[in-house]
Design a protein around this ligand. Structure first.
Ligand SMILES: [Zn+2]
Length: 426
């Protein structure tokens, strides 16, 4: 009687449940808070030591000169690679090692990695050290399952995802670490719930609009020109013209929550006039008002069009409103991205979810961005998805946790998907 190869693999992973928890705890105990980028080197070296003991060739890539990189906070990425017995595709499991600030509201020590009632608590438990630990256990179990594997397995721990990925995946992608022929398929174990496959994300455009005025004494505002009132006119146009247009646009991307299936625009901040000094406001007509907008775009939109419609609205105000002048500055932009849900990595992960979890997987897109953008746009690698344990809503929250059961299940899913991809049976 031939043994089911999956059952063998799953039995190994079940037997390593404690080891998986220990590994996730050890990772959480590195306080890799970003900013400023604390403890990146020891965390990367911990991952590297573990994987080199399992036969991986380990490289550390220092993203010198990228934002925040300094002697005290070097941007150190780790990439581990293991070639199999025969040629074949390369499957890469990519996690970020940085976590956001702890913030207020914790009832437990955020870096003690406490286990309670089947949950592992700590900053990064959910986003995404639980996923990183699960991916390491998945790959090790796959190697130990006895099958002589073709192709190549890679695992990376990269930095600065929470601040745009410039010292992490962006830096690596620009240097060919995420391109064919080195890599073929990528799974990013971000916390997106254990039965969902995330195939992409919306795009972003952050920009600053500044309106100009003329200073005068606050008791004689008619002698000046108030930049805040000009900004009010901008907001009025946004409300009347742009917001209804954005709300009417609906995407075919399966974005969750469904409110994000439209184009959206948030006003992130607005600053006008002089700051109070010693609790006393300046009696002046403001000569400048600045507003930061956060526009999220759909795969059906293009960046030039998105910027163009804001500029058009401002140009219209130049014509319609006395004294109106403005500057529009780009701050940050990311193109939307979406992998093929019938591509090998999405298909094999979905099949593994059906087998391991016993549910029909949901294909989703993320309302915000993550490092898939760099892999797609810079690495030109389209076969990339995000899949991992952890409940998306808990990311970045106080008392963040990951369910141990979800870590075990996602390790099985990743191991099964990776095996199918290596053997080309996906
Ligand atoms: Zn994350």
């Amino acid at each position: 009687m031939t043994q089911d190869p999956w059952e063998n693999l799953f039995t190994i992973i079940d037997g390593r449940r404690e080891e998986l928890v220990d590994l996730a705890q050890a990772l959480i105990r590195f306080p890799t808070v970003n900013p400023p980028g604390e403890a990146y080197r020891p965390c990367a070296e911990f991952i590297g030591r573990r994987l080199s003991a399992r036969g991986f060739a380990v490289e550390y890539v220092h993203a010198a000169g990228t934002p925040g990189d300094c002697e005290r906070h070097p941007r150190i990425n780790v990439i581990a690679r293991r070639e199999g017995a025969a040629p074949g595709p390369c499957v890469h499991l990519r996690s970020h090692i940085d976590v956001v600030q702890t913030g207020a509201g914790w009832t437990l020590d955020p870096f003690a990695a406490i286990v309670k009632d089947g949950k592992l608590y700590g900053r990064g438990a959910c986003d995404m050290k639980g996923g990183l630990a699960a991916s390491i256990i998945a790959v090790e179990a796959l190697i130990d399952s006895g099958a002589s594997l073709p192709g190549t397995l890679e695992i990376s721990g990269t930095v600065d995802e929470e601040s745009g990925g410039y010292g992490g995946v962006h830096y690596l992608a620009e240097r060919g670490w995420f391109s064919a022929p080195r890599v073929d398929h990528v799974i990013i174990p971000e916390p997106l719930n254990v039965d969902r496959v995330c195939i992409g994300h919306r795009g972003v455009w952050w920009a600053e609009i500044e309106t100009h005025g003329r200073m005068a004494h606050g008791s004689m505002p008619f002698l000046g020109d108030c930049a805040v009132r000009h900004m009010n006119a901008v907001i009025d146009r946004l409300e009347r013209d742009l917001y209804p247009k954005l709300a009417a646009r609906r995407t075919d991307m399966p974005v969750v929550p469904s409110g994000a299936r439209h184009s959206t625009l948030n006003i992130n901040s607005i600053h006008g006039g002089q700051a109070e000094s010693a609790g006393y406001p300046a009696p002046c007509v403001p000569d400048s008002c600045r507003m930061v907008i956060d526009r999220r775009l759909l795969i059906e939109e293009n960046m030039d069009g998105v910027k163009g419609e804001v500029r058009e609205l401002l140009e219209q105000l130049v014509k319609d409103r006395d004294g109106f002048s403005y500057d529009l500055r780009d701050i940050f932009e990311v193109q939307p991205t979406m992998a093929d849900r019938n591509g090998p990595v999405a298909r094999s992960t979905a099949a593994a979810i059906r087998r391991v979890i016993g549910r029909e997987p949901e294909f989703i897109c993320s309302p915000g961005t993550y490092d898939q953008k760099h892999i797609d746009r810079i690495g030109k690698l389209r076969d990339c998805i995000a899949y991992g344990p952890g409940i998306l809503d808990l990311a970045h929250q106080p008392d963040e946790y990951v369910l141990i059961e979800d870590m075990v299940n996602s390790a099985k899913v990743m191991a099964m998907a990776a095996r199918s991809l290596l053997f080309g049976t996906a």
